[in-house]
Write a protein that binds this ligand. Structure first.
Ligand code: ADP
Ligand code: MG
Length: 682
């Protein structure tokens, strides 16, 4: 249904909503809040502590003052709480407040706390007469992702209108299934999610909608899979003499886990069926070398092989390090880089090399699966850190060759229930141990007062020839600001560290060329301290780096932090990880404590799940994972389990479903597949 069919919604609003990807009324109803604001009891100024948002009861001390700053009107005031402490408060462009907020009146002021040096001020607070705030107390206000011109209020108003006009989303789950799994009705859930009455209702609403989301997703995946058949392999590959020779020359022996995985890969490559194997191994377990050995076997058998990485930085790094290895050990393989940032001319040349078969090993990003790339005889495709690639992209690449073997490598511990459905068709090799020359990383969780010690420590490490990463958080809502963080932070560091320590910053918005250049400089040891956003999170390998310092560690998910930590401890030197927490809250510290006592990614994922529990959804999204609208594959693992159970039961015909009900289900599925799959990046 068109948005403009809603009362009060005109062309202008429609256009605004368009920017948020809301095209229809159904889109609007499923535009879920990204968070909830809970109105907590007011606190005193003395209790502000590290809070970001606070409600403070107080009186306006004197008449508000208005200043002009260019186009901006800044309204300043001072509030005093019951204990006599005062706090500056600022509003922007609301001159009328001067009339309404008279000195001496008592209000509750609720807004963000902004810290500037030692001063804290309350910014742009909402003001409530005391009784009014009481009404709001402990209610939950949805917070939506917004764009210019669209406010929370507008979204809520339009959703309210839609509900009042009686718009419904079809109930597609049969009543028996709902009863059995304790699921409330679909519309009830939608309404409750937008207008929650309490936490409990919200939990139930969310349970239903997460269930729906996973259900539609997994059902679709299952159908896609069933339509494919296990292919016979046109490429039966035996291990090459040259590969074995190369392996003997390597400066290290493969670990037991690597050896086992390699023999599984080799037996797949030599069998009559196409290989579909997932290599799951914690960060630093040495997955890359396995892919190189497998690719060598394939190439020495006369075919082409490809290695696809999720980022430009990582693709380049693989290209450079494999090339160096091949040069060092005289491996006669032509390796070709192909990434999006190459010039048109460079790309044309690369296509030519690939098509003519002169390029034997092709390393790159998504550019590898572009239409223009024609392979001569592609027999093996390896994708690195696969969780960033979609099933579709993988298939795309598979179609490029004549059913090439597929190998995917990932460090993400995926919950079993998801792995079964997602990787049902993949065989899995797990590498459990790290190479023996590694010393376990030493961790510490500290607060910001530890910074001077940390800088001293980093300086010492640099003096010993080592390098360090310092990560500043990247917050979705305010990317601009955070990039500044990285830049400012680097500036500040430069002033604090001796001039012999070269500091450089890196962030995702930089031009690719520049990013690559900086990563290469860092890899070559020309930069000692890299201040970066999480662009270095995945796969980057600079074994000489021994310190990973993460600022505002509390803002990251544990899995993300573990990935970051994986950037050090990659060589034989002792490495250190410093998690700086901006919050002293017990829960935060407990969570970070998990990292402090464990270096095992699988264990960390498990513990994190236990601690946060499936019910807690006020936490952060795991960046880079499949972007469900509302579900989270980690914290909602139990819902995933329920869904796979239902799917199994449906297959076994356990639920006696009427024809009409099937039709509704299929209609909803079709709609879902049209709308959501692209966005979901499967
Ligand atoms: P990941 O599994 O995180 O992708 P990498 O493949 O990048 O890890 O390997 C990390 C580092 O460990 C690389 O420098 C690699 O050369 C080295 N390495 C791999 N296997 C071994 C081994 N068996 N013994 C010692 N070092 C190894
Ligand atoms: Mg890797």
């Amino acid at each position: 249904m068109q948005l403009t069919q809603l009362k009060g919604v005109g062309e202008k609003t429609r256009e605004l909503f368009e920017k948020l990807g809301i095209h229809t009324v159904e889109d609007l109803l499923t535009y879920y809040p990204r968070d909830y604001d809970e109105y907590q009891p007011p606190i005193t100024i003395g209790e502000i502590d590290n809070k970001i948002v606070a409600a403070i009861e107080g009186v306006i001390v004197k008449k508000l003052d208005i200043q002009r700053k260019g186009k901006l009107q800044v309204i300043k005031g001072l509030i005093r709480d019951n204990r006599g402490e005062t706090l500056p408060v600022t509003w922007f462009n609301m001159p009328f407040l001067r009339q309404t907020l008279q000195p001496g009146f008592r209000y509750v002021f609720r807004g963000r706390l902004k810290r500037m040096g030692n001063e804290i001020q309350l910014q742009q607070p909402e003001t409530f007469p005391l009784g009014k705030y009481e009404e709001k107390l402990l209610s939950m206000q949805p917070v939506y992702s917004l764009t210019k011109g669209v406010t929370n209020h507008l979204i809520q108003k339009c959703i309210r209108t839609a509900l009042e006009q009686g718009i419904v989303l079809d109930e597609f789950l049969p009543v028996h299934i709902r009863q059995n799994y304790n699921l409330i009705g679909r519309m009830e859930a939608v309404e409750m999610l937008h207008f929650p009455k309490d936490r409990d209702g919200l939990h139930r609403a969310r349970h239903r909608l997460v269930f729906d989301e996973f259900f539609l997703f997994l059902y679709t995946l299952q159908t896609m899979k069933e339509s494919g058949v296990t292919a016979k392999s046109p490429y039966v590959i035996v291990p090459a003499k040259q590969t074995e020779e190369f392996q003997r020359k390597l400066p290290f022996e493969l670990t037991r886990g690597q050896q086992k995985a390699l023999s599984q890969i080799r037996s797949d490559l030599g069998s009559a069926n196409v290989m579909n194997r997932l290599i799951q191994g914690d960060v630093g377990s040495g997955k890359t070398i396995l892919s190189v050995l497998a690719l060598m076997d394939v190439i020495f058998a006369g075919y082409q092989g490809a290695l696809m990485a999720p980022t430009e930085v990582l693709a380049r790094q693989h290209y450079i390090s494999i090339k160096e290895m091949f040069d060092e050990y005289n491996v006669p393989i032509q390796i070709q880089l192909l990434t999006g940032s190459m010039t048109a001319k460079e790309k044309r040349m690369a296509y030519e090399e690939i098509e003519q078969g002169r390029a034997q090993l092709i390393v790159g990003t998504h550019a590898l699966i572009q239409e223009k790339v024609i392979y001569q005889n592609l027999a093996l495709v390896v994708t690195d850190e696969q969780h960033r690639f979609g099933v579709r992209q993988r298939e795309n690449l598979a179609q490029k060759g004549n059913s090439p073997h597929i190998m995917v490598m990932s460090a993400t511990p995926i919950p079993r229930s998801l792995a079964i459905v997602l990787y049902g068709d993949l065989d899995v090799s797990v590498i459990r141990e790290l190479p023996a020359n590694r010393l376990p990383i030493k961790n510490c969780v500290v607060d910001t007062s530890f910074r001077p010690n940390a800088y001293q420590f980093i300086t010492k490490q640099a003096a010993q020839g080592h390098q360090a990463y310092i990560i500043c958080p990247m917050v979705e809502e305010n990317e601009e600001l955070d990039i500044e963080n990285v830049i400012d932070y680097a500036k500040m560091l430069e002033e604090q560290l001796p001039s012999t320590v070269r500091v450089q910053y890196l962030h995702g918005k930089m031009k690719n060329d520049l990013k690559n250049q900086i990563m290469e400089d860092f890899a070559r040891g020309e930069i000692q301290v890299l201040v970066s956003t999480t662009v270095v999170e995945v796969g980057v390998n600079v074994p000489n780096a021994t310190v990973m310092m993460v600022e505002n560690a509390e803002r990251f998910g544990l899995a993300g932090l573990h990935q970051l930590r994986g950037r050090v401890g990659r060589g034989s030197a002792q490495s250190y990880c410093i998690f700086v927490s901006g919050s002293k809250k017990k829960e935060t510290m407990d969570r970070l404590e998990i990292l402090n006592h464990s270096n095992d990614g699988f264990e960390i994922a498990r513990e994190d799940l236990k601690l946060r529990g499936p019910g807690d959804f006020f936490g952060m999204r795991q960046s880079g994972d499949m972007d469900f609208r509302i579900g989270n594959i980690y914290t909602d693992a139990d819902v995933l389990g329920e869904v796979s159970q239902v799917l199994k039961e449906l297959k076994e015909d356990k639920w006696d479903i009427e024809e009409g009900q099937w039709q509704v289900l299929h209609a909803v599925l079709e709609q879902y597949q049209k709308n959501s799959l692209e966005k979901l990046n499967i």
